[in-house]
Each structure stands twice: as structure tokens, then as C-alpha cells.
Design a protein around this ligand. Structure first.
Ligand code: MEV
Length: 313
């Protein structure tokens, strides 16, 4: 028997990095997905196949011995097959660009937790999310859990570490144009560099957290009103805060300038240092925004909000 699950990628609309320090973030799931197929095997091994490589190992290895970006898959497979006396094969297919801040690793963790656990039991979304966050922590210990949460439930949500998430009832109808710098980044090291900034600039960082909190609160109201012009202004303000904490660079700034020509606003999404930016658009300026990027030979694509979240089949 095979079990399949798919989970969407995500965009952090507002609040990345500040969310690590307790500020609310606003995230949305996007209509690009990871699909994971899990199957029991009689060889007693854990085998993972993906477009970033393969891994075959015996169960019950200490997780620190698994020196592979596929470690979270091993963690999940090993944990879930305990007491079931079986091997397992996990196959991962992705239409989310990897390692560029669009939630590919969180979507992998969520879809794998669901596909593997459903080989044995019906598992609630809540328990799948817990497993996915545990798995993500094997590569990035300090994760806020925000990314896995939105990949599980879909839609648009506010999230903070203390109170968890709150899914918005309204369904805003904007498009995001995502532009990829193709600079790979490590979330872990960019988060560490922000911690360094914070430690050196305590009071400045506290002020920025307060400003970000206020901005996120305002945006939540604007989203309910579908006021895209004002939301665009907040996108630009949020980018200024991200510039201050040092996660931008010349390439990203140039991309943001291009994105802002025709859209309502553009900013980094996710950890920064590389990865992606997004430009906020609707039907009126979507094509023009895409053309702005294309004229500068910047790789881009448009996405809409995914309201489904984790899907099993
Ligand atoms: C990375 O997508 C988002 C960060 O805020 C880290 C996190 O929330 O765990 C940079």
C-alpha cells in the first residue's frame, strides 16, 4: 500500500525574523506544492529519494550521524516505523524551488509526516504539525514553527510563538509575483546574524519589534478590507525594517526596486541574504510587474494563495 500527501509552500508576507523574538507574523500558503509518497518495504531499511539526492540507511541511527539535508525525512520515517517492524521508502517530488525561502523544507516535513504516518494510522493535522516541527528542528533548531503551521493549514494566517496561529476568514484575492535571486541561503545562519545584530543593538531592536508589531496589526485590518494599496505601503515599510537588521544586499535591493516599479510594494520574503522577494499585485498590474522583472532578466513567477493546506490521497 502507498500513502501520498502534498503540502503547499509559503510566503511570509510580514514579520519574518521578528517572529523569532515573539512578534506576530503574517504568512500565506502558495499554490506550489511538495508531494511525498511513502510505502512499506520488506528490506527493513529507510530509503529516501528526492531531486536533491537519495539516502538509504538502517533504522535507529542517532540523528546526529545522518549528515544529509534529507535528515528530517529520516527522523520522521525512523520515529514513525518504531514498533512496526518494517522498512520504508519515501519519494519526494517538488514544484517549489528549493532553499529559497518558499517553505520547501517545511512543506517536505508536513507532507512526509502525513504520508508516512498514514501508512499506519489516521493522524490529526495537529499531530502531523507537531511531528513536522520536530523534524524541521533536526536541521534548524530555532525554528519558530510558523512555516510548518501555514504549510499544514493553508490560507493566510497570523502567527506568533506564544499564541500559535489564527487563520483569516476572508479570502483576499491578490497575486504575488515571486522573483528568485538564485542565491542559496541558510536560514540558520541568517537567523544567527540577526541575533548578532540584536545583541549589539538591544534598544534599537526592541524599537523595531514594536514598530513591526504595530505594522502587522494594521495589516490584519487592511487585509480584512482588501485594501491592497495601503497593504502595499506596509510591504515597503516592512522592507525598510529588514534592511535595518542587515538581511538584504545589493542584488536583493535591485530586485525590490524593479518589483516596486509597477506593483503595490515589494519586499524580501523569508530569511533573506538571498532567496526570494515578492511584489504585491492584482489583475491590474500583474502582467506589467512580471514584464518589469523579465526586462531585467530576473527569474520570476506568479502565485496565488492556497486555501487547502495539507492534502492526503
Ligand atoms: C524563515 O522562513 C523565517 C524566519 O523568520 C525564521 C523562522 O521564523 O523560523 C527567518
Amino acid at each position: 500500500m502507498k500513502s501520498r500527501a502534498s503540502a503547499p509552500g509559503k510566503v511570509i508576507l510580514f514579520g519574518e525574523h521578528f517572529v523569532v523574538y515573539g512578534v506576530k507574523a503574517i504568512l500565506c500558503a502558495i499554490n506550489k506544492r511538495i508531494t511525498v509518497t511513502a510505502e512499506k518495504k520488506s528490506d527493513g531499511k529507510i530509503s529516501i529519494k528526492s531531486n536533491i539526492g537519495n539516502l538509504t540507511s538502517h533504522p535507529n541511527e542517532p540523528i546526529s550521524k545522518i549528515k544529509s539535508p534529507l535528515r528530517p525525512f529520516y527522523y520522521l520515517a525512523n520515529k514513525i516505523i518504531q514498533n512496526h517492524n518494517t522498512g520504508i521508502e519515501v519519494v519526494v517530488e517538488s514544484d517549489i524551488p528549493l532553499g529559497v525561502g518558499l517553505g520547501s523544507s517545511s512543506a517536505c516535513c508536513v507532507a512526509s509526516a502525513a504520508a508516512i504516518s498514514r501508512l499506519f494510522d489516521e493522524t490529526s493535522k495537529e499531530d502531523i504539525l507537531k511531528l513536522a516541527i520536530e523534524a524541521e528542528k533536526t536541521i534548524f533548531e530555532n525554528t519558530s514553527g510558523a512555516d510548518c503551521t501555514v504549510c499544514t493549514y493553508g490560507g493566510i494566517m497570523e502567527f506568533d510563538k506564544e499564541n500559535g496561529f489564527n487563520i483569516m476568514k476572508s479570502k483576499p484575492n491578490f497575486h504575488l509575483v515571486i522573483a528568485n535571486s538564485n542565491i542559496e541561503h541558510s536560514t540558520k545562519s541568517v537567523v544567527a546574524s540577526v541575533k548578532e545584530f540584536k545583541d549589539k543593538n538591544e534598544s534599537r531592536f526592541t524599537t523595531l519589534c514594536d514598530k513591526e508589531s504595530k505594522l502587522v496589526k494594521d495589516v490584519f485590518e487592511l487585509l480584512k478590507e482588501d485594501n491592497i494599496v495601503e497593504i502595499g505601503k506596509k510591504v515597503k515599510q516592512n522592507q525598510e525594517f529588514l534592511e535595518t537588521i542587515g538581511i538584504s544586499n545589493d542584488i536583493l535591493r535591485e530586485m525590490i526596486k524593479t518589483g516596486q516599479n509597477k506593483s503595490f510594494g515589494a519586499k524580501i520574503t523569508g530569511a533573506g541574504g538571498g532567496g526570494c522577494i515578492f511584489a504585491l499585485t492584482d489583475e491590474s498590474n500583474l502582467d506589467q510587474t512580471i514584464n518589469e522583472f523579465k526586462d531585467k532578466k530576473i527569474e520570476c513567477f506568479s502565485v496565488k494563495i492556497d486555501f487547502q493546506g495539507l492534502d492526503t490521497f
